[in-house]
Design a protein around this ligand. Structure first.
Ligand SMILES: Nc1ncnc2c1ncn2[C@@H]1O[C@H](COP(=O)(O)OP(=O)(O)OP(=O)(O)O)[C@@H](O)[C@H]1O
Ligand SMILES: [Mg+2]
Length: 235
């Protein structure tokens, strides 16, 4: 892990996941591990807003950390990140928008957390032009540095339907995971997003079907890749 210049932040997570949901994240983590040891930097996106990218990406990052891997979680949503509020981060932090605009260094924007082996890059103040910030080479420099210090880098991002940001981050990544809200996203839209990732040279790892009703739909029973997150706490 990177020797940090920053002070540790406390993340207070009020999610109360069911054992089935925990199991689903462990399965997702294992599937990614079996994609090969060259798959280290993983971007999580969706077609439309609100499908569960932030929840899924952070839980995935935690799952890797809990399994003994060193992890950097990057909140790559510089448009409307809810991360700091959701995990009750009280101290002011620098973030990705500071780094990409040249105001801060990597060492000043990577924060250790109270979760063992999990460091975080916050999104920073919302930027008027995130895609312009991502067009420079600062993001790829961050990922290159992180590769040398962490086992896994998990990146949350804005939805690819309305915004280009995740496609701009994708070439620096080894794989992409698409979160799909059950019963909401049309498969043609999902297919278009998958093709857009493949064109960017980033391997498409698969889909997480989120908010599926595991209790009432037998297709999502035990052993499936997906799950309903039973007792999902409010933020
Ligand atoms: N499996 C789930 N079960 C119940 N609620 C969920 C689940 N996943 C996410 N949510 C809820 O759905 C909402 C959207 O989740 P989240 O913020 O993770 O989505 P997002 O795709 O990151 O949204 P945005 O596009 O705005 O960044 C949140 O209120 C979250 O609490
Ligand atoms: Mg989000």
């Amino acid at each position: 892990m990177l020797p940090n210049k920053t002070t540790q932040v406390e993340l207070t997570d009020k999610d109360d996941l069911s054992s089935q949901a925990m199991e689903a994240f462990n399965t997702l983590r294992t599937n990614i591990q079996f994609s090969g040891d060259h798959v280290k930097a993983i971007i999580v996106t969706s077609c439309t807003p609100n499908e569960g990218k932030s929840f899924t990406s952070f839980r995935l990052a935690r799952s890797f950390a809990e399994a003994g891997k060193s992890v950097l979680f990057i909140d790559g949503d510089m448009r409307k990140s809810a991360f700091s509020g959701r995990y009750h981060v009280s101290a002011p932090t620098c973030g990705l928008s500071h780094l990409l605009s040249g105001q801060k260094s990597e060492e000043e924007t990577i924060y250790p957390t109270n979760i063992n082996r999990l460091d975080v890059v916050f999104s920073g103040p919302s930027a008027p032009n995130p895609s312009a910030l991502l067009s420079g080479d600062a993001f790829s420099r961050l990922i290159a540095l992180a590769r040398a210090h962490y086992d896994y880098i998990i990146i949350d991002s804005p939805p690819l339907g309305p915004f280009i940001d995740s496609a701009l981050m994708a070439p620096s990544c080894d794989g992409a995971v698409l979160v799909i809200e059950s019963g909401v996203t049309h498969y043609r839209l999902a297919q278009g997003v998958k093709e857009q990732f493949e064109k960017s040279g980033c391997r498409f790892l698969g889909v997480v079907l989120n908010k599926a009703d595991a209790k009432h739909d037998p297709r999502y029973g035990y052993g499936s890749y997906y799950s309903q997150y039973g007792k999902y706490g409010s933020y």
